[in-house]
Design a protein around this ligand. Structure first.
Ligand SMILES: Nc1ncnc2c1ncn2[C@@H]1O[C@H](COP(=O)(O)OP(=O)(O)OP(=O)(O)O)[C@@H](O)[C@H]1O
Ligand SMILES: [Mg+2]
Length: 376
C-alpha cells in the first residue's frame, strides 16, 4: 500500500497556484511551507498534487496526517514509517541522520498543534527534509505561509464550468461545487433542479455557523443526496461519519453498516453511489473516509452505536494483531471511547490488547487518550 494519497483527479482551477508552489519549493529546498486556509478550501488536494509535481525533485515523498498529535507521537510516527530506532535517546538523532542522507518531501496534513510542530521542525531543521504543512491556522514563525482560498475565487471566475451558475450560491466552495458537479454529471439532477432545491432551502440565508466544519451549502447537498441514496448507501455513509479512526476498508464497512459481510456486492454498490457523487474520499486504495465537512453534515442525520465500532475493531485486532499497521488509528479511537465512557472493562480490554501488540511487535505509537478523538 502506498502511503501517499493517489494523484488527485479532476482538480480544477489550480494551475497558477501549483506552478508558483513548485517554484517556491524547488528553488529553496529544504524549506518549510504551510498551506493555510479554511476547511474544505482544497489544501490537502493541492498538497497531494504538489507532491506529484515534485516527485522528480525529491528522492522520496511522504504523507502523514498529524492532526493534534503531540511532539512525541509525531516523531514516533515518523520513526515507525522510516524504520529508524525508537528508543527514547535515539529517536530524534536517528531521524535526523536518516533525513540527512538525501532530499525528502514530507507532507504533514491537518496540522493543529503549533507547539508540537515548532519543536518537530526545529529539531529536524538541520536535515535535508522539506516540510509542507496543511492547516486551517498556523501560528509558526520560520514557516512560509501560502494562503489557500477556493479555486479562482479571487479572480471571480468559475472553476467548475458544468455548474458555473451555482458558483455564487455555493460561495465558491470547491467541496460543494465538486459534489454538485458530480450529481449533475451522473444525470441525477440538472443544474436548474439543484439551483431550485438550494434556493428553496435558503442557501443564501445569513446564519451563524457552529464551527469550521459546519458549511451549510455542503449540508444542503448532503441533504439532497440523502433523499436519493439507497438504504445501504445511507448506512455506509453513517458508518463513515461516525468511525473515529482514519479510514475504513470495505469489509469493516459492510460489517459495521450491517450490509452482510459475505455479500460484497451490496457494499460495493453502496460505495459506488457515494463515490459517484463525490461524497466519499478514498485516501488510500480500498480505504474510505469522509471529508470533515461532509462528516459533520451526515452526523446530523444518522447515528450508529459507538460501542459497535469499539467491538468491531477491538475484536478484529485481538484476532488479527498483524493488521495493526493499517488499523492503528481505530485502536486509539477505541482507547479514547473506553476512557470517555469511563468503562473499566473496556479500558482493561484495550490495555491488554495494547500489551499483546507491543509484546508481539514492539512498535506502537501510543498517543494520550484525548489525542485520538479528532475526526479524520
Ligand atoms: N481544486 C479543486 N478542484 C476540484 N475539487 C476540489 C478542489 N479543491 C477541493 N476540491 C474538493 O473539495 C474536497 C475538499 O478538499 P480538501 O480535502 O483538499 O480540503 P482541505 O482544505 O484540506 O479541508 P480541511 O481543512 O478540512 O482538511 C476535495 O476532496 C474535493 O472534492
Ligand atoms: Mg485537508
Amino acid at each position: 500500500m502506498t502511503l501517499f494519497p493517489p494523484r488527485p483527479r479532476g482538480m480544477k482551477g489550480r494551475a497558477r497556484e501549483l506552478s508558483t508552489l513548485v517554484k517556491m519549493v524547488s528553488a529553496a529546498a529544504p524549506t518549510r511551507l504551510a498551506l493555510v486556509g479554511p476547511g474544505g478550501s482544497g489544501k490537502s488536494m493541492l498538497a497531494a498534487a504538489l507532491g506529484y509535481r515534485l516527485l522528480h525533485r525529491f528522492a522520496q515523498i511522504h504523507w502523514f496526517r498529524t492532526a493534534a498529535w503531540d511532539f512525541r507521537t509525531v516523531v514516533e510516527m515518523l520513526a515507525l514509517r522510516f524504520g529508524t530506532p525508537r528508543q527514547r535517546d535515539e529517536l530524534v538523532p536517528a531521524l535526523r541522520r536518516w533525513l540527512s542522507h538525501e532530499e525528502h518531501l514530507i507532507v504533514l496534513d491537518n496540522h493543529e498543534d503549533d507547539r508540537a510542530m515548532a519543536r518537530l521542525l526545529q529539531e529536524l531543521a538541520s536535515t535535508r527534509a522539506t516540510f509542507i504543512l496543511t492547516a486551517r491556522r498556523c501560528l509558526l514563525s520560520g514557516v512560509l505561509v501560502y494562503p489557500v482560498t477556493a479555486p479562482l475565487v479571487t479572480s471571480g471566475r468559475n472553476a467548475f464550468p458544468r455548474v458555473a451558475t451555482l458558483t455564487r450560491s455555493l460561495r465558491w466552495s470547491p467541496l460543494a461545487l465538486d459534489v454538485a458537479n458530480a450529481i449533475v454529471e451522473t444525470g441525477a439532477a440538472s443544474v436548474a433542479e439543484l439551483a431550485a432545491y438550494l434556493a428553496s432551502r435558503g442557501v443564501g440565508a445569513v446564519a451563524v455557523m457552529e464551527h469550521e466544519d459546519d458549511l451549510p451549502e455542503v449540508a444542503l447537498l448532503v441533504g439532497w443526496a440523502w433523499r436519493h441514496l439507497s438504504s445501504p448507501s445511507r448506512r455506509a455513509l453513517a458508518v463513515l461519519a461516525h468511525v473515529e479512526g482514519d479510514h475504513v476498508d470495505q469489509d469493516s464497512l459492510a460489517r459495521l453498516a450491517r450490509l452482510g459481510a459475505s455479500d460484497g456486492e451490496t457494499c460495493a454498490r453502496a460505495l459506488a453511489a457515494l463515490a459517484d457523487w463525490h461524497l466519499m474520499q478514498e485516501p488510500f486504495r480500498g480505504r474510505y473516509t469522509l471529508h470533515a465537512v461532509v462528516r459533520h453534515a451526515v452526523r446530523k442525520r444518522a447515528t450508529i452505536p459507538p460501542r459497535r465500532v469499539f467491538e468491531h475493531y477491538v475484536s478484529m485486532l485481538e484476532q488479527h494483531p498483524e493488521r495493526i499497521d493499517l488499523e492503528q488509528t481505530h485502536l486509539f479511537a477505541a482507547m479514547d471511547f473506553a476512557y470517555r465512557e469511563g468503562d473499566l472493562v473496556a479500558i482493561l480490554r484495550v490495555e491488554d490488547l495494547l500489551r499483546n501488540l507491543e509484546d508481539g511487535q514492539g512498535k506502537l505509537d501510543r498517543p494520550s487518550p484525548t489525542r485520538a478523538s479528532r475526526p479524520a
